[in-house]
Design a protein around this ligand. Structure first.
Ligand SMILES: [Zn+2]
Length: 185
């Protein structure tokens, strides 16, 4: 594989339908609980997406869905082997910073990356926080807390995060004072 002669570069990835060949939020329910997936389609217009996934994860847990099942489902999600090869080869050259901006969540993303041997690919992942509680419930919440100040982006970002602002924060932290965003969260 040949690469252009660069000294340094930043590669910014979305996750669902870009690095990976599926949408992780939808995939989990399509595989494990088609009825919940159908309900999500119906509620999508009324409930903010991250809140809807969080609520659906609770319902899946109440129906007996386990952490193991969710993790196994994430590990078999479509992911092109050439993407693994390409990103790994580029990473190994040491000149590329990989940055992930995603509306999924940190547990889905890291579980999938680990299953592909890509757990060290990204220098930073900006997404919604999530954690397993001891009962096996995946507790997910918006990156931007709905009870606090909201982002002011007007280009159509979902309330849970502004990807443009997150990218500016990254660029600012990395190198360029001029790109200072208003707030970083
Ligand atoms: Zn935005």
């Amino acid at each position: 594989m040949s690469f252009p002669p660069v000294e340094r570069q930043l590669i910014v990835f979305d996750f669902d339908w870009s690095l990976a060949d599926q949408d992780s939020d939808r995939w989990v329910f399509e595989v494990l609980a088609p009825k919940l997936r159908k309900k999500m389609k119906e509620l999508k217009k009324e409930v903010q997406w991250t809140d809807l996934v969080a609520q659906s994860l609770k319902e899946l847990h109440e129906l007996g869905g386990t952490r193991q099942e969710i993790e196994d489902t994430l590990r078999i999600m479509p992911f092109h082997p050439a993407m693994v090869r390409g990103t790994s080869a580029l990473k190994s050259r040491g000149k590329t910073t990989f940055f992930c901006l995603s509306n999924a969540n940190i547990v889905f993303i890291t579980t999938i990356l680990k299953s592909k041997g890509l757990e060290n690919l990204f220098d930073e992942i900006v997404t919604n926080p999530a954690e397993w509680d001891p009962s096996g419930l995946l507790k997910l919440r918006r990156r931007i807390d709905p009870s606090g100040p909201q982002h002011e982006c007007k280009v159509g970002c979902s309330p849970n995060m502004c990807k443009g602002n997150a990218l500016l924060c990254r660029l600012h932290a990395q190198e360029d004072e001029k790109l200072k965003p208003t707030t970083c969260r």
